[in-house]
Design a protein around this ligand. Sequence first.
Ligand SMILES: [Zn+2]
Ligand SMILES: [Zn+2]
Length: 316
Amino acid sequence: MTGVGVTLEPAPPLPVSAGTHVVDVPETAPAPARAGDPVGAFVDLHAHSTASDGSEPPEMLVARAVAVGLVAVALTDHDTVAGVAAARAAGEAAGVPVIAGVELSAFDTGGEVHILGLHLTSPERLAEPLSVFQETRVSRAAEIVRALNDLGIPVTMEAVLAESAGGAIGRPHVARALIAGGWVRDHREAFDRYLGADRPAYVQKHRLTAADAMDLIHGAGGVAIFAHPGRDGTLARIQALAAVGLDGVEVLHPSHGAEDVARLSAIAEHLELLCSGGSDWHGAPDGARALGGMRVPAEWSARQDDRAAALYRFAA
Ligand SMILES: [Zn+2]
Ligand SMILES: [Zn+2]
């Protein structure tokens, strides 16, 4: 692990339970393990870095994966693939495959939905469309700042940009700038008074449809997974998404209770969708949101990779 510039700690044992949710790996007839994947091998298919709102750089993702003994790890930053190259280079040096991924914020008839793109063979195909969304986000933030200025609050775009630290800019960063300037006490007040829907500084978000998000992911050679569906993961909603290209469902996630896991695995089996899972790591050193905390079987990742190869890959 030299050359990555991070210090490794001794590997802690993987937690058997995930915080208060004891999640059993659902019995959805796992595919036979691949040659090379040790039996009982685990992966983590949902993690963020400083390329979006994580607290650790992409290289640290790999260092943590090594430390907890994962056989592969996916980097799935919000609306960007900017960290993928660095994570992959670190993964190559450390001998841990890094799965190129992304987490897109989109909308379907049920509201906002996060779609994970995994096993992207051509992540660079997402760079340009996603940079357009980034510009849209910056112009939306600028509109919010103008609205606040009109309300007599002299917050500046510079202050908001400083809060976002180069990541995907959004209302939470405006809220932080408002707190820093002393105009509101906390995040809640910022949204209740100014930033929430129907409040005076609310500006409509550019809406990427879930179908378009999945098209983008397929165009980059990956599979599209409904991220952390939780209670919104009803049969009707998942069926509707599957009709426009959904490939799988995130069954294991720290926000899911045992009922969610059972329902989502049953729906995945019924609709013949892929299973996925991950810690949604943002840098947490321990607990259910620590990297590897969800104990996702490596077979799930192998199946996803096979599906992506069969459906969405192109001749080189
Ligand atoms: Zn999400
Ligand atoms: Zn996430």
